[in-house]
Design a protein around this ligand. Structure first.
Ligand code: AMP
Length: 420
């Protein structure tokens, strides 16, 4: 293996594509920042116990996909496979829920790690932007999060995504359904592992992607028929609020999601241009999670959107984000003296808030102009000995090709004026 190869299932973000990733994080988080969500950052690793209890002992994420390690001090840690458990842990630790300001609304952005079988759109290191609204049971909060995610994807320019919606019931009605489902599943022709899953987490069997399994599930009892009145009313209200907001969704009975902590509302954003890894984001309500990790009762709801797959979705739809050129002015000095002078102008421009770059390394005019072009700069400043002797620099408009001599002392002000 080459020393220059990233570990299996990972990849690097390098310019220019990396700019799209930054922009996606920015666009996804913008609606959250405008809606009362505060930024939270938690460590990249946590005590393994948090995920075992929080995400669920029976989930693939915990049993197969977690990167665990024992520190030299003997602590059992895990690289975070998802964000919700960490964010809730941090909110509890900081007593954010006791400040008398519920719900606690938080957003985050970061790297997550799962030891999965790598394929297109599925990596061992990936990036998410997420949101959690902690401590309040209110269908409007579920609706708010779904609407904000929809707004985020739309403002990116995505169109070919769909929202799948379901309700998983609560601690009253879900156990009754669970038992009915187990009774049904036990009679089916299933492999050992799936049979084990029936006993630990039968709802996840509904999520099985295999056609021979799906075929047997046609007559499985439906959760919808088991929802208690409170859950039904709650779900109807979420649906009504989404409809009123003009957010289209599809009811998806089979949507159970891979984590144990969900109750009531669950949803997934799928994109039709991504092949098998079609989920670009997902989330739901997790009313029991706080208690599962040892906290007080704090009904909450949240989502996480995958940045990697969102970028793939943009590529699938051929959406080009309108990324402003990072450099507005590119300075090309010809000779030692010009190098000192133009470097000074570049510094002045930067201090005035104008994005400027410089042809380093004493390169010839041709190569330096190529770099100027590549930088996307609107203007170039060129100066040689003769210009300096006359006290001017050549200011070239890269769009029109027009070039004019500008007094050196006025170059920065002139550029500031032209760039508005
Ligand atoms: P989940 O926590 O599994 O619901 O994931 C939320 C979102 O994160 C998914 O919809 C994906 O967009 C993204 N995601 C999850 N796992 C991976 C992965 N292994 N590689 C890339 N993106 C992922």
């Amino acid at each position: 293996m080459s020393t220059f190869q990233a570990p299996k299932g990972t990849y690097d973000l390098t310019p220019p594509r990396s700019a799209t990733f930054l922009a996606v994080r920015e666009v996804i988080s913008a609606p959250l920042r405008d809606s009362g969500y505060g930024y939270i950052e938690t460590p990249g690793f946590e005590n393994v116990e948090l995920f075992a209890r929080g995400v669920g002992e029976s989930t693939d994420i915990v049993t197969k996909e977690m990167y665990t390690l024992t520190t030299k001090g003997g602590d059992q840690l895990a690289l975070r496979p998802e964000g919700t458990a960490s964010v809730l842990r941090a909110a509890l630790e900081a007593n954010l829920h006791k400040a008398g300001n519920l719900p606690v609304k938080l957003w985050y952005s970061g790297s997550y790690y799962r030891y999965e079988r790598p394929q297109a759109g599925r990596y061992r290191h990936f990036s998410q932007v997420g949101a959690e609204a902690i401590g309040t049971e209110d269908p409007a909060l579920d609706a708010e999060l779904i609407i904000l995610a929809d707004q985020a994807y739309r403002s990116l320019g995505l169109r070919r995504f769909r929202i799948l919606l379901n309700s998983l019931g609560d601690k009253e009605c879900r156990p009754v359904y669970r038992e009915a489902l187990q009774t049904f599943l036990r009679d089916l022709d299933l492999d050992e592992e799936t049979r084990r899953r029936i006993e630990i987490n039968p709802l996840r069997v509904l999520d099985d992607k295999r056609a021979d399994v799906q075929k047997q599930l046609t007559d499985a009892p439906k959760l919808r028929d088991y929802l208690c009145d409170a859950c039904k009313a709650y779900h109807e209200e979420v649906r009504a609020l989404l409809t009123a907001a003009g957010v289209a969704f599809e009811d998806d009975e089979k949507l159970v999601r891979g984590l144990d902590y969900y109750t009531r509302t669950t949803f997934e954003f799928v994109h039709d241009g991504l092949g098998s890894q079609s989920a670009v984001g997902g989330g739901g309500r997790y009313d029991g999670l706080s208690e599962m990790i040892g906290g007080p009762e704090l009904p909450s709801v949240g989502w996480a959107l995958g940045v990697d797959r969102t970028v793939l979705a943009l590529e699938a739809e051929s959406v080009e984000l309108d990324l402003p050129a990072t450099t507005s002015v590119y300075a090309v000095p010809l000779g030692e003296e010009a190098r000192r002078v133009l470097f000074g102008v570049v510094t002045e421009l930067r201090r005035a808030g104008i994005a400027a770059d410089f042809a380093f390394g004493g390169r010839g005019l041709k190569g330096a102009m190529k770099s100027a072009n590549r930088s996307g700069a609107r203007y170039t400043l060129v100066a040689g000995e003769r210009d300096l002797a006359e006290g001017v620099v050549q200011l070239k408009d890269m769009e029109s090709g027009e070039q004019s001599a500008v007094p050196l002392a006025e170059a920065a002000a002139e550029l500031a004026k032209r760039l508005g």
